[in-house]
Design a protein around this ligand. Structure first.
Ligand code: 6R9
Length: 664
């Protein structure tokens, strides 16, 4: 038996093993394929033969001020797309729709948490964006200047982003749940001139005090580049909001005194569009830089083909605009496609656990895109909340953010999709800008738990340590062999880190390393295995967190599970599992024993967890991803590492106590 090094990054040496075998197959229905935006499987081969021609065809669907002359220039690791082209992204998302029947179509349907609603037609949104572009210009913001947006999930978030795009300013959206420290760090790194915020936003019946947090971030001149703060009045009585004279301005007042129309700035294809910070597990956040034409091209292509979006759809992506999913699939993708987007401000369990289903029924949502963390919460809560509502308007479901466990997939398919909606499990990253591995719902038969195939024109592969493709059925590192239009261009202000983080692992092979482990099966389908840093090394076997978690979730009592490897004298690492049960089940030692056997039986004895700890909650990032790094700290009895990106820091503190007592 090999004694593995006691290292937390267990990804060197042995190949990542794949044990989960999923036999269920869901071919697209004939009716779905017949009406789908893409139903010809030949597209994969066609795009594979000439990816540049494929992407150029999509790019030509945008509205250009001047056409591009070169599709792609690839100087590894730097790519440029659609060189020589001139366009404006806000004009592509708004102005072009005013020339056709979409002028009076709903662009954004907004549902506030307290139940207030608004509908903005494309014309309304265009007017607001024009006027707010005037506000930004009035405040001295010009092309290339940075603007930080710290807003709740309200239409003004989209308006502010699009106004930046209209005048050529670079936006950097900071999720409204982030602290003053995180906000300050992002403002300072991007050197933003203006901060756009609100007095507050609604979350579970309370007002999240954004303006107070913003004041704390700026206090004592801590953000010297900020000249002005724009405050949208969302939640409070304006008389009770402290405004700093000369610096702070009410959004509605500035709108009154600013120009109502601003022509879109003519932008180069490669002009920066936004910076979005990703926290990364260590070190300071990385400012992912996205540019204009390539980004919108891939956002539009995936909107039309992954989500099969049509003019009649009511499309709802539950992500916050603070994440990349909110950028590409709440704002840029859907609006470029002329879709109707639903925006919901609040929590899924407020005022009741059926709020999402109530919203779907109320607006007749047809395409619904959410995260596995939410799906597992719904599973935990039980089906009675779903059964209260008519969800028959739904025709397509999507998932993003983490691997979706096969049982969660099946639950989503049956309980939410009524067994009739294709599910698109979309793998991508802040860095990739848009979907990379996902089914085309009218073409690809899906397998629960697999993101299936790379989108046409995407050069994804699974490789070993040397960067060579692994044989079918084996696990390895997920990489991209070729550049893609919506790829990040660099890290803001740190091109060295860009090269080191994403392009150095396989040296001169110039492969983009995504940081995820994956397996490709005999049909060429991709199975995401989780972050490579989380993969466990048990007695010389590299075992994926995703597979042990999925085995646990396939037990009827389990709603959610997080597993980690903790140091073990003999095996190198032992598996510790943190398990959340469905409502109505109790965490007894008998059940713990049963779960260990369940895993051993399903995916192998080597994967049998050594410890099982029941927990009502798991530590998650604010975007809902399980933070295994902190669970390792707990299991190893170490002081907890950085907890600032946690949604609820009390969860780990509680788990730490529980774990120590259970062991002691
Ligand atoms: C869009 C987004 C990226 C990381 C990524 C991977 C995980 C996202 C996934 C998935 C398996 C999927 N991830 N989608 N894993 N299946 N469908 O989430 O961006 O916040 O940057 O996270 O999320 O680990 O590397 P981001």
């Amino acid at each position: 038996m090999a004694t593995a090094a006691n290292t937390m990054t267990s990804n060197d040496g042995a190949a990542i093993e794949a044990r989960l075998s999923e036999e269920r197959l869901f071919p697209p229905s004939e009716t779905f394929s017949a009406g789908a935006n893409i139903s010809d499987p030949a597209i994969y081969e066609k795009a594979g033969e000439n990816p540049e021609a494929f992407w150029a065809e999509w790019a030509r669907q945008l509205e250009w001020v001047e056409p591009f002359h070169t599709v792609c220039e690839w100087n590894p690791p730097h790519a440029k797309w659609f060189l020589g082209g001139k366009l404006n992204l806000a004009a592509n998302c708004l102005d072009r729709h005013l020339k056709n029947a979409r002028r009076n179509k709903a662009a954004i349907i907004f549902e506030g948490e307290p139940g207030d609603t608004r509908v903005l037609t494309y014309y309304d949104l265009w007017r607001e964006v024009n006027n707010f572009s005037g506000v930004l210009q009035h405040l001295g913001v010009g092309k290339g200047d940075r603007v930080t947006i710290y807003l709740p999930m309200i239409p003004e978030a989209a308006i502010a982003m699009l106004a930046c795009a209209r005048i050529g300013a670079i936006h950097t959206v900071v999720f409204g749940g982030f602290s003053a420290d995180s906000l300050r760090e992002r403002i300072n790194d991007s050197q933003s001139k203006v901060l756009i915020t609100a007095d507050g936003g609604w979350r579970r019946g309370n007002v999240v005090q954004l303006k107070l947090t913003a004041d704390e971030a700026l206090e004592g001149g801590a953000c010297p580049t900020i000249e002005n703060v724009v405050v949208y009045n969302r939640a409070a009585d304006p008389r009770h909001v402290a405004m700093t004279e000369g610096r702070d301005h009410w959004w509605h007042r500035l709108m009154e005194i600013s120009p109502k129309r601003v022509d879109p700035e003519v932008m180069d294809s490669e002009d920066p569009l936004y910076i979005l910070y990703t926290s990364g597990s260590t070190g300071k956040p990385k400012g992912i830089l996205h540019t204009s034409a390539g980004y919108l091209t891939q956002a539009l292509a995936t909107m039309k083909w992954t989500f099969d979006i049509k003019d009649e759809d009511v499309y709802w992506c539950t992500a916050d605009v603070g994440w990349v999913t909110g950028h590409s699939y709440v704002v840029y993708g859907p609006l470029a496609a002329g879709a109707t987007v639903l925006m919901y401000e609040g929590a899924p369990d407020w005022p009741h656990r059926d709020r999402f289903w109530e919203v779907i029924e109320k607006y007749g949502v047809t395409v619904f895109y959410t995260a596995p963390t939410a799906i597992r919460a719904f599973m935990k809560w039980g089906t009675e909340h779903v059964e209260k509502h008519d969800l028959s308007s739904l025709r397509l479901l999507g998932s993003v953010g983490e691997p979706i466990n096969p049982e969660a997939w099946i639950w989503y398919h049956e309980q939410i999709g009524g067994g009739k909606c294709p599910i698109v499990d979309t793998w991508w990253q802040t860095e990739t800008g848009a979907h990379m591995i996902t089914p085309l719902p009218g073409v690809v038969s899906t397998k629960p738990g697999s993101a299936t195939r790379p989108f046409p024109g995407i050069g994804a592969d699974v490789v070993d340590e040397n960067g060579d493709s692994v044989p079918p059925g084996s696990g390895g590192f997920l990489v991209m062999r070729t550049p893609w239009p919506s790829m990040l261009r660099t890290l803001w202000g740190d091109d060295d880190r860009y090269q080191k983080t994403y392009w150095s692992k396989f040296g001169s092979k110039n492969l983009y390393f995504a940081g995820d482990g994956a397996r490709r099966d005999e049909d060429g389908y991709f199975w995401l295995l989780g972050r490579v840093d989380d993969i466990m090394l048990v007695a010389g076997h590299n075992i994926s967190t995703m597979e042990v978690e999925s085995a646990l979730v396939s037990h009827p009592a389990v709603a959610e599970a997080a597993v980690i490897g903790r140091t073990h004298e003999i095996k190198g690492q032992a598996i510790a599992a943190f398990v959340t049960l469905k409502d109505g089940f109790r965490g007894t030692s008998e059940l713990a024993g049963e779960l260990k056997e369940h895993v051993a039986h399903h995916i192998g004895v080597i994967c049998r967890p050594d410890d099982i700890l029941f927990s009502a909650e798991l530590p998650k990032t604010r975007s809902g991803k399980i933070m295994r790094r902190l669970l390792r700290d707990i299991a190893e009895g170490r002081a907890l590492g950085d907890t600032t990106t946690l949604a609820d820091p009390s969860v780990v503190a509680g788990l730490k106590d529980k774990y120590e007592n259970a062991e002691g």
